[in-house]
Ligand binder design. Structure first.
Ligand code: ZN
Length: 154
């Protein structure tokens, strides 16, 4: 189990150091700003959809390693998915990070998102890990790029 933990730690450090899809998207169709005042994390997410599919996801911002790595892993996970599957993934992620540390997780269903299972043991970091997800959800809920949604974790 410790090996798995080390691997997860490594993935988070890697995504923090070299975040994927860390850029402004000029042709985004949806955008949202997220703020986690507890930790000071700020993220802007950009989404481009065509029809019901997420063609591209990117983000910008500054924050702790967990918030940045989580946004990075999220962009990889969401690219190419139908919007409704993105919502299912968000629900799975949210259930995971807010579940009791003793509860068994379905690592297979979670895929790469499972690397954030460790935040269950640190309730103050749950908002760091879920900030980008909340932002994407808010972005997709808007009618389009004319409105920039904004979400603050409570
Ligand atoms: Zn944070």
């Amino acid at each position: 189990m410790n090996d798995l933990r080390d691997l997860y730690q490594e993935v988070i450090l890697d995504h923090n150091k070299r975040p994927r899809n860390f850029r402004v998207m000029e042709d985004a169709t949806h955008r949202a700003d997220g703020h986690n005042p507890l930790c000071g994390d700020r993220v802007t997410v950009f989404v481009r959809t065509s029809g019901d599919r997420i063609d591209d996801v990117s983000f910008q911002g500054s924050g702790c390693a967990i918030s940045k790595a989580s946004a990075s892993v999220m962009t990889d996970a969401l690219k190419g998915l139908p919007v409704h599957e993105a919502e299912i993934l968000f629900a799975r992620f949210h259930t995971m990070v807010t579940s009791d540390p003793g509860v068994d997780l379905d690592d297979e269903a979670l895929g790469k998102l499972a690397v954030f299972a460790g935040v269950r043991e640190f309730p103050s970091r749950v908002k760091c890990a879920s900030l980008a997800w909340h932002a994407v959800k808010a972005a997709l809920a808007t009618g389009g790029i004319a409105t920039t949604a904004s979400v603050t974790t409570e």
